[in-house]
Write a protein that binds this ligand. Structure first.
Ligand code: ZN
Ligand code: FE
Ligand code: FE
Length: 187
């Protein structure tokens, strides 16, 4: 029987984590773990990228929305580390091309708009909401898959992050509607 390193780690931890060797080898479980690696990379990347977006924002409301979510995002990285540990795995990141692209798009918007304008803030909000929507889709699936496979603790952790991503998205909508869109149009 072929014995990969991953399987070794998992079978040693079977008692503690409840991940059986057969489940660890299932294609569905592999898809789940690959999804975790992808979003782990994405969250760590966002910890570096969100400060650039905040720095480029003009309105205090938008800056504080982004800064607040930066702190939450650091928590998302830690939660994912707990999820990996819970599954008996070492946290591992795999480049998320989608998040790399979304943050590249944010950088382009910031280059192509004038500094200190509400138009730039509108652009930053759109870029940030695209990021949140990617995360919401990811955590929504990962939470359901974790539940499906009986990883209850992992499902709880992933759900907690899902709720924070949804709240961050709503907060950006509120900032746009209350503070920024109208001014952007009048510039
Ligand atoms: Zn996040
Ligand atoms: Fe991805
Ligand atoms: Fe987020």
């Amino acid at each position: 029987m072929k014995n990969t390193n991953d399987t070794n780690v998992l079978s040693k931890n079977t008692k503690k984590t409840g991940v059986s060797a057969s489940m660890a080898k299932s294609p569905f479980h592999k898809l789940f773990v690959d999804g975790l690696k992808d979003i782990y990379w994405a969250e760590k990347h966002l910890v570096k990228e969100l400060p650039k977006m905040s720095k480029n924002a003009t309105s205090e409301e938008l800056k504080s929305a982004i800064d607040g979510h930066l702190e939450e995002t650091k928590g998302h990285v830690e939660r994912l580390e707990s999820v990996f540990e819970n599954l008996g795995l070492k946290p591992q990141a795999k480049k998320c091309e989608a998040m790399a692209g979304l943050t590249k798009e944010a950088a382009e918007i910031m280059e192509e708009t004038e500094s200190d304008t509400m138009v730039r803030d509108c652009g930053i909000i759109m870029a940030a909401q695209k990021v949140e929507h990617y995360e919401i889709a990811t955590y929504g699936c990962l939470t359901e898959w974790a539940k499906q496979m009986g990883h209850r603790e992992a499902a709880k952790l992933l759900y907690a992050t899902l709720e924070e991503e949804k709240a961050a998205d709503q907060k950006l909508t509120d900032v746009a509607e209350n503070d920024i869109n109208e001014e952007g149009m009048e510039e």
